[in-house]
Design a protein around this ligand. Sequence first.
Ligand SMILES: Cc1cc2nc3c(=O)[nH]c(=O)nc-3n(C[C@H](O)[C@H](O)[C@H](O)COP(=O)(O)O)c2cc1C
Length: 217
Amino acid sequence: MNVIAFNGSPRKKNWNTVTLLENVLKGAAESGAGTELVNLYDLDFSGCISCFSCKKKNRKSDGVCAVNDDLSPVLDRVRNADVLIVGTPVYYGTESAATRALLERLFFPYNNYSKDLKSQFPRVINTALIYTMNVDLEDLKNYGFDHHLNLTKKMLDRHFGPCELFLSVDTMQYSDYSKYESERFDAEAKLKRNEEFFPEECKKAFDMGRRLVTNPA
Ligand SMILES: Cc1cc2nc3c(=O)[nH]c(=O)nc-3n(C[C@H](O)[C@H](O)[C@H](O)COP(=O)(O)O)c2cc1C
């Protein structure tokens, strides 16, 4: 069983998104899966360029993106994955720019504009979407971010298979709040939450990794 996970945060070590992803992959590995973590900010790639090669009637294969860049070999590996996980910080109410670019390239080739919207991905697999963000659950709703996050969840459901949504709210943004502008945050509360609650979230992420592998779609 192959599990592939994408980190859409430019912060690749010890920060919120990557730490949760590492825990998911640990859970998956302990359940016997082979795992791969792809740091999107290590790759030079673009979003969809609207070339429509994947929609040509005489195309050689379905579900293949014609753009040739660092993401191309990774998309080939997604084709063989049994579990697909995307983790991203929330930037302006949505995914980070690199994650958006990934999602365009992931989804569009498998979407053939058929009336029934049937995905061209060859199998149904488990998927998961991890978001980390500054706001708490209440503001997530107040600002309307939940609408967008649920939309992306539905896209993963539809193109690849059932998607678990994992929301990590009220995250710690700086390790030392005194060094940065941060008037609107309660630094002490952030630190406390990080120390007391984040380890629990890591455990939940680990359990999710196990679940994704042991209960195939
Ligand atoms: C450019 C930028 C935009 C952000 N926009 C939001 C936002 O709209 N809502 C929010 O709750 N947090 C926002 N944040 C905070 C991050 O989502 C949050 O700190 C996240 O947990 C960072 O993930 P990381 O630690 O894995 O990098 C933003 C951060 C940056 C750098």
